[in-house]
Write a protein that binds this ligand. Structure first.
Ligand SMILES: Cc1cc2nc3c(=O)[nH]c(=O)nc-3n(C[C@H](O)[C@H](O)[C@H](O)COP(=O)(O)OP(=O)(O)OC[C@H]3O[C@@H](n4cnc5c(N)ncnc54)[C@H](O)[C@@H]3O)c2cc1C
Length: 416
């Protein structure tokens, strides 16, 4: 069977890998050139973290929004403008904030993320690709004993579902993260998730694409932007791109935040809104620095990872449409925190600056599998956790195309 995958970010490439492993003839169409920046894949925090499976729509979402309005440094910004798509998305998001909905969504997301890490481990042992992974866990730090206690209680929801956790006091946190400035005694401690990982999703995506080209019947067409999807009756008959027309038996939409724009052309309304985030990547001064655990300052909402010789620091959630432009002041809080807790680690003057879009659904759950169109499958809406969920969601979609029953219950992720 011939399958066309639209989008060559982390989700598109992992989908191609599992389809090719199932013996299919796969072509990936990606708008960017081979060495370009692949959407949100290009600059994310690098967390491989079922520990971040909490649905964003929660009983405390409004509190976070108000806290952010009072303290713009927190980086959650809701731009009030004439965008009916944002209003519809917000109404749907608010309907998911009830405790029962939050618990259901978080439970489903955790099970998917956990399964996905299992799939990633299997993929790693088959392909042996290098993506600067660190298996050192992730620390979620808090600045006061009171906040740490609340954080511990919050995480117990995932602990009850099998997530391994340890509580670190201040000394244990500094032992786990020797890079943290010894004088920055600002943290009371952390909730530590030992089985989580960090890794560079761009490097992974590029290495996996090369592995697929070398070992499978997979073809990549970079620089092919899908301009229109051609529909005849209730089937896709082809796609028209900047590099000509392509045809297949089945099609998978995996274009990240832009999936909703492409789907709209063929009458499918996807509840995905682009939520912008910012990151900087700075070279480490000492390239022999040991791998370290990922780190999340839960009070400032800033996350950081070390990818072998570089530091990635990420923050912000800006509701402002598809614009990915950025200004120096967007990185103020990231740089301030980095210089406070890791003053001598990286060459911040040589940092590169980036903004990208989380393809977020109101439930925080991705949308997977069949669509209202017979031969079109969806692998979209991975939100804040697409790197973590990529292998699991790709395996599920490939199983469905191959008429196999997926390994986990997929009802929560199907298009309603
Ligand atoms: C600031 C930030 C921090 C994040 N941190 C983490 C994290 O720590 N851990 C985690 O698990 N997740 C994280 N995420 C989320 C994760 O990056 C995304 O969920 C994930 O990248 C989505 O993957 P994707 O392949 O669906 O979309 P993308 O990565 O956006 O890729 C989509 C691809 O489709 C291509 N495309 C779009 N339109 C077309 C078209 N018309 N024709 C052809 N190609 C097209 C794009 O060029 C792009 O390459 C973060 C996201 C952001 C923004």
């Amino acid at each position: 069977m011939k399958v066309l995958v639209i989008g060559g970010g982390i989700v598109g490439v992992t989908t191609a890998y599992y389809l090719a492993q199932a013996g299919m003839d796969v072509t990936v169409l990606e708008a960017q050139e081979e060495h370009g920046d692949f959407g949100a894949t290009a600059g994310n925090a690098g967390f491989l973290s079922p520990s971040d499976a909490f649905a964003w729509a929660s009983p405390s979402a409004l509190k976070v929004a108000i806290k952010s309005l009072l303290n713009p440094e927190l980086g959650v910004q809701y731009k009030f403008h004439m965008d009916p798509a944002l209003w519809a998305w917000t109404a749907s998001f608010l309907s998911q904030c009830r405790p029962s909905k939050w618990a259901k969504n978080t439970d489903s997301k955790y099970r998917l993320a956990d399964y996905s890490i299992e799939m990633l481990q299997e993929l790693r042992s088959i392909t042996k690709i290098n993506f600067d992974v660190s298996d050192q866990g992730i620390s979620y730090a808090s600045r006061s004993a009171g906040e740490l206690e609340k954080l511990t209680k919050h995480f117990s929801f995932l602990q009850d579902r099998g997530l391994e956790l340890e509580i670190l006091d201040r000394d244990a946190l500094h032992e786990k993260l020797p890079m943290l400035d010894a004088n920055s005694n600002i943290y009371a401690g952390a909730v530590y998730s030992p089985n989580c990982k960090t890794g560079d999703s761009t490097k992974f995506t590029k290495e996996l694409a090369q592995w697929c080209i070398k070992h499978t019947k997979c073809r990549f067409v970079w620089g092919a932007s899908v301009e229109s999807i051609l529909r005849e009756n209730n089937k896709i008959s082809g796609v028209s791109t900047s590099k000509g027309e392509f045809k297949a038996d089945s099609y998978v939409l995996a274009a990240g935040a832009h999936s909703s724009i492409l789907a709209k052309q063929i009458g499918i309304k996807l509840p995905i809104y682009p939520i912008k985030g910012f990151s900087i990547t700075a070279p480490l001064k000492d390239t022999k620095t040991l791998p370290m655990s990922g780190f999340d300052d839960t009070d400032k909402l800033v996350a950081l990872s070390v990818f072998r010789d570089r530091l990635r620091i990420v923050s912000s959630a800006v509701f402002d449409g598809f614009d990915t432009s950025h200004r120096q002041r967007d990185f103020h809080s990231i740089l301030k925190l980095a210089k406070e807790i890791l003053p001598d680690i990286a060459n911040y003057d040589e940092a590169t600056y980036w903004a990208g879009l989380r393809p977020m659904t109101p439930t925080s759950l991705p949308i997977l599998g069949t669509s209202p169109i017979e031969n079109l499958y969806l692998n979209v809406g991975h939100g804040n956790l697409g790197w973590t969920m990529s292998c699991g969601t790709a395996k599920i979609v490939a199983d469905l195309i191959a008429h196999k029953t997926p390994d986990i219950e997929i009802n929560p992720f199907q298009m309603k």
